[in-house]
Design a protein around this ligand. Structure first.
Ligand SMILES: NC(=O)c1ccc[n+]([C@@H]2O[C@H](COP(=O)([O-])OP(=O)(O)OC[C@H]3O[C@@H](n4cnc5c(N)ncnc54)[C@H](O)[C@@H]3O)[C@@H](O)[C@H]2O)c1
Length: 432
């Protein structure tokens, strides 16, 4: 690499030279750790380090005041060996191509870990959606969908919600793709409103999956949920649902943090009230039934279960040294950097990694896609039971792998998933 090219800059091919400590850098080191466990399939290992396809698009829209704004959008299909690409769309001012690459790669691993017939993809637009009016947001979504329309589709790549995107945005995406392709294609996105081919249980599926894997992990390490203390970072779709389900199981949610601040309540928060407050006020900070504290103090809170469910890179080495929990449940994608992983392992803190812990969302997205194709819809009970069964089965299989090789749950999840991905790669053969 020439000296004046910064790692991660567009001209330096960021997949070869990641920004140190970035999500893509984290992902590459996770792949390196699994290589020794892949046997002869390791010869295909480089496949995992190279996204199959990355599209960068300009998203110009007219703002309400008549001016024109341009936003940068991405869609990355990391690997399609096992099926169509699957992965959310994030609207956030810090989104970069490199971040979307990492998120798409984690989708490849996640889908294979729960044995869904999908590859991995992800999309994003570099935008602060809170600064847009609803009409501007709709124009942004529709233009972005049109621009990535050349590579998405019900049989090729199926987007879903992620940070700052929701069912309404999925409805606009489905409508735009359908208009451009001349036929209603409900299966092009998941996480849609129920009456547009959405699935019951989808909204809560990721949080429910975090709870199910957490419940199983707690049982295995002898942690009683009835007396467990829980701390949650991120109180959006994933964090608030996981917290709610732990509270319903008898646990006490004693600390919560979101982008507005951190709150502690030793008695445990009244979850329905806190959730209603966060929804109506746009954040938790001014909720009266808790004590405000400094954001950094969140990482010292005495809790049995810690759930990072906000953004990646939150559990740094310094914070990992202060974690006061027995179990970390990764609701977010990539919340723990590799050095923090090592520190937590040395300190005897069990980490249930993102690539299995938060796979409940994509699992019910898969159910939604299947239901859309058959135009036959299941009850919420059926969905929750199937979700529970798939998540528990996948976690058991991973746990066996971890015991067999005496490796972390993360490396075991990668071993199970990468074996499936690279087996598909080998069986398909290299074209031409
Ligand atoms: N929604 C899904 O189905 C799904 C599925 C799998 C993984 N995930 C991952 O879970 C994480 C959260 O996604 P979500 O859908 O709940 O998003 P969301 O937009 O609903 O919520 C995000 C939450 O994080 C908080 N947050 C943002 N920046 C923060 C900061 N610097 N410090 C503390 N809190 C902060 C926000 O206040 C909000 O409460 C992301 O990593 C996402 O990729 C989501």
């Amino acid at each position: 690499m020439s000296e004046n090219i910064k790692p991660g800059s567009v001209s330096s091919l960021s997949y070869v030279n990641p920004v140190p400590g970035s999500p893509w850098d984290t992902y590459l080191s996770q792949v390196d750790r699994v290589m020794p466990y892949l046997g002869s399939l390791a010869r295909w290992g480089e496949t995992l380090k190279r996204p199959k396809r990355a599209l960068v698009v300009d998203v110009p829209i007219e703002l309400d005041d008549g001016s024109i704004a341009h936003f940068e959008g991405y869609r990355v299909q990391h690997n399609l060996s096992r099926g169509p690409g699957k992965g959310g769309v994030r609207f956030h001012p810090d989104v970069t191509l490199e971040e979307v690459m990492a998120l798409s790669a984690w989708m490849t691993v996640k889908c294979a870990a729960v044995n869904l017939p999908y590859g991995g993809a992800k999309g994003g637009v570099r935008v602060e959606p809170k600064q847009l009016s609803k009409k501007e947001l709709e124009r942004l979504t529709r233009r972005y969908t049109s621009e990535i329309g050349i590579i998405i589709g019900p049989h090729s790549d199926i987007p879903a919600p992620d940070v700052n995107t929701n069912a309404e945005i999925m409805a606009w995406m489905m409508d735009t793709y359908s208009i451009n392709s001349g036929a209603t294609a409900t299966g092009v996105v998941t996480g849609k409103p129920i009456h547009l081919g959405g699935s019951l249980g989808r909204v809560k599926a990721t949080g429910r999956g975090v709870f199910v894997t957490g419940r199983e992990a707690a049982r295995r390490i002898g942690l009683d949920l009835q007396s467990a203390r829980v701390a949650v970072q991120g109180f959006g779709n994933v964090g608030s649902v996981a917290a709610e389900l732990f509270a319903e199981a008898g646990a006490r949610v004693v600390a919560v943090q979101d982008h507005t601040g951190t709150l502690i309540n030793e008695q445990g928060f009244d979850m329905p009230r806190l959730i209603a407050f966060a929804k109506s006020e746009g954040g938790i900070a001014n909720f009266k039934e808790g004590q405000r504290c400094d954001n950094e103090e969140f990482w010292n809170v005495k809790a049995d279960i810690l759930i990072p469910a906000a953004l990646e890179g939150q559990l740094t080495a310094a914070r990992a040294n202060r974690v006061n929990a027995k179990l970390v449940l990764e609701g977010a994608n990539g919340p723990t950097v590799p050095q923090a992983d090592d520190i937590l392992a040395e300190r005897g803190v069990l980490v249930v990694p993102d690539v299995i812990c938060n796979a409940g969302g994509v699992t019910v997205s898969y159910f939604e896609w299947v239901q859309d194709f058959s135009s036959f819809f299941w009850t919420e009970d059926e969905i929750n039971q199937r979700l529970d069964r798939i998540m528990v089965g996948a976690l058991n299989h991973i746990w066996e792998k971890a015991d067999q090789h005496r490796i972390s749950l993360r490396t075991a999840t990668y071993a199970v998933a990468c074996e499936r991905i690279l087996m598909a790669r080998e069986e398909r053969g290299l074209y031409p």
